[in-house]
Design a binder for this molecule. Structure first.
Ligand SMILES: [Zn+2]
Length: 300
């Protein structure tokens, strides 16, 4: 967040608080959404992602995996922890623990991500994605492979996935892509080559990549701009820095939600001469102050 002074023509009349048009990529570069995909995946890969996250009905047996049960030790232990944390919510008796354990089991049975096959696990190990299980971490050396090297079983990985952070989106992508490759199907949408959109006219994408922002015109005037967005003018254009400083020290100057900056004329003038100030600076003794105040004071 910040403010800056720009030199613009005296008759520059771009509306205040409106981003300068040259800074914005033109609408004509908006592409057409792909008719055949949502995210750039092939239909098969999309289907697999939906199974991974349980957005489609998933059956653990379809992966040769055993469904979690309320009395699976890892599930039972977690249900006990949950009920102990909030007995007034869950209840205090054995039935309450079993009920919570069954809820957890149903939840963990609903997606592929807690029922990996050994092929899935091998793909993750190859991609270096299971360091919790294949590596040791120390402060001195960071992650180092276990010696001798270990390949976790699907069972171990699936139990690991119930706690902590589990699998992230990268793991989902590694497993889905590896499975597409094993099955000999594309993982990427053929219509859009994975962009999830297509060109609205031939050459649009190359044109968009070649596009560069255009600066506002330069001139004799002095104007304050905000740089919080891509950049828009926030003061009238003045003929000299002194007039801009007067304006900045007046109630006309709007700083965020506040009317008036509380700046002295001298601080404002120092800021203008310094050309640019970061929005906020933390200094010993004064705590947080706006960048304009800080530059003004530094110049005193
Ligand atoms: Zn597509």
């Amino acid at each position: 967040m910040g403010r800056e002074v720009r030199r613009v023509p005296l008759d520059f009349d771009w509306p205040l608080n409106k981003i300068w048009e040259g800074f914005l990529s033109p609408d004509k570069f908006d592409e057409t959404p792909c008719p055949d995909c949502k995210n750039g995946y092939s239909p098969q890969a999309q289907n697999l992602y939906d199974l991974w996250y349980g957005h489609l009905p998933f059956d653990p047996a379809s992966n040769g995996s055993t469904a979690w049960r309320h009395d699976t030790p890892a599930i039972r232990a977690r249900a006990e922890r949950n009920t102990e944390t909030a007995p007034e919510y869950y209840g205090r008796d054995e039935a309450a623990i079993v009920r919570e354990a069954q809820r957890l089991a149903d939840h963990f049975n609903s997606g592929w991500l807690h029922h990996l096959t050994q092929d899935d696990v091998d793909a993750l190990v190859t991609a270096g994605r299971l360091h919790d299980l294949t590596h040791n971490w120390t402060r001195e050396d960071g992650w180092q492979p276990k010696q001798p090297a270990v390949t976790p079983t699907a069972e171990q990985v699936n139990e690991w996935s119930l706690g902590g952070f589990g699998h992230d989106g990268i793991n989902a992508s590694v497993v889905v892509r590896a499975r597409c490759e094993r099955e000999g199907v594309d993982d990427t949408c053929r219509t859009c080559q994975g962009h999830a959109s297509t060109e609205a006219y031939p050459g649009q994408r190359a044109e968009a990549e070649a596009w560069e922002p255009t600066e506002p015109p330069e001139g004799e005037g002095w104007q304050l701009w905000e740089t919080v967005s891509e950049g828009s003018p926030i003061s009238p254009v003045f003929a000299n820095p002194e007039r801009l400083a007067e304006w900045m020290a007046s109630p006309e100057y709007v700083w965020g939600a506040h009317k008036g900056s509380g700046l002295s004329y001298e601080s404002a003038l120092s800021f203008i001469k310094a050309g640019w100030a970061p929005t906020g600076v933390v200094t010993p003794g004064r705590g947080f102050e706006s960048g304009v105040e800080h530059v003004g004071r530094s110049e005193d």
